[in-house]
Every structure is written in structure tokens, then in C-alpha cells.
Design a protein around this ligand. Structure first.
Ligand SMILES: [Zn+2]
Length: 184
């Protein structure tokens, strides 16, 4: 009898073998990594020397890297180090009590001071009006967007609410529609 499980297992092993061979033969990146690991000390000395000789270029290079990668880097670091993040945050909070207070206050004020409210039925009507899709890109309905953000004085009245996908919602964030359309 045909054993699908066994068939898949053998097929997987065969493919895996092939992939490994390909990786070994074409991965210049891995080779370079290996070389770097073996010559770490040497490279570090050279890099440090270069940095000292070209402080401005070194600074610019870091800035450039940060501009591209910082957000993802910190996001990953935060996700990988929840305990340390907690410690850092509480230390930062202890050093900056007034910042913490004003952050809390702003968040509360924004929640409290936003005019208007929308019942579940009214929200559903808004969502239905947009065909149960993201009002901006017709993607999936995943979030409720404030057309005029609460932080910009927008309300919680039904007219200010639209269904949105997570992507549109987070890329729009605190922008008004006209500002967001301009960049997006
Ligand atoms: Zn969308």
C-alpha cells in the first residue's frame, strides 16, 4: 500500500540534501560570514582604525544604517527581550517621572476628550457601507480607523470612523486623510 507519510519523509530528506548542496556551493554570503568569524579580531581592529580616521563618514554610515534598519531592529530586539525591555522601561520611567505622567495624561485626555460615541450597530452600518472591506485599499477589515485622528481632534462619531486593514490603519496613524494621501 502507498504510504503517504513515508513518501513525504523520503521526499523531504531528498530535497533537503539538494538544498544543502546548493547552499554550500553558491552561498558566498555564508563563506564571507565564515571568513569574518575567523578573522573577527583582525577586522575589528581595521574597522576601528578606519572609524578613527574617518569619524564623519563613520557617523554618516551609522545614521544611514539606522535610518533603514533601526525600526525593525528595535522591534525585533523588543520582541526577543521582553524581560530586559520591561527593566529598561521601568528604569526610564523612574528617571523620567514627569514624562510618564504627561504620556499617561495625554492618552487619557485623548480618550476622554474625544467627542461623540458610536454604538456597535452604528459601527456595523459604517462597515457595511464600505462593503466590509478596508475603505482605502479594499483589503480586509481589521481595524477601525479614525478619519481625523483622535490626536488631531477627531471624534468618535460614526462619520469619523471607517473600516480599514491593519496596513492602511498603521501607515495612516496620526495623519489626516489629505496628508496621508499625499505621501501614500
Ligand atoms: Zn487598506
Amino acid at each position: 500500500m502507498f504510504d503517504k507519510k513515508e513518501y513525504d519523509r523520503v521526499r523531504y530528506l531528498r530535497l533537503r540534501e539538494k538544498i544543502l548542496v546548493v547552499h554550500k556551493s553558491v552561498s558566498g554570503r555564508a563563506r564571507r560570514q565564515k571568513w569574518e568569524d575567523e578573522n573577527r579580531k583582525n577586522i575589528n581592529t581595521k574597522t576601528t582604525a578606519w572609524r578613527h580616521a574617518h569619524p564623519e563618514a563613520a557617523h554618516a554610515a551609522v545614521q544611514k544604517w539606522m535610518k533603514i534598519h533601526a525600526k525593525a531592529y528595535y522591534k525585533k530586539w523588543n520582541a526577543d527581550n521582553p524581560q530586559r525591555l520591561k527593566v529598561y522601561r521601568s528604569r526610564w520611567g523612574a528617571k523620567n517621572p514627569s514624562s510618564i505622567k504627561s504620556m499617561r495624561h495625554r492618552r487619557r485626555a485623548r480618550k476622554m476628550s474625544a467627542a461623540g460615541n458610536t454604538s456597535a450597530a452604528q459601527l456595523q452600518a459604517r462597515v457595511d457601507f464600505y462593503g466590509n472591506r478596508c475603505a482605502y485599499c479594499s483589503g480586509s477589515y481589521e481595524a477601525v480607523d479614525h478619519v481625523i485622528p483622535l490626536s488631531r481632534g477627531g471624534s468618535n462619531w460614526p462619520a469619523n470612523l471607517r473600516p480599514a486593514c491593519k496596513r492602511c490603519n498603521s501607515s495612516k496613524r496620526a495623519k489626516k486623510l489629505s496628508e496621508w494621501k499625499m505621501v501614500g
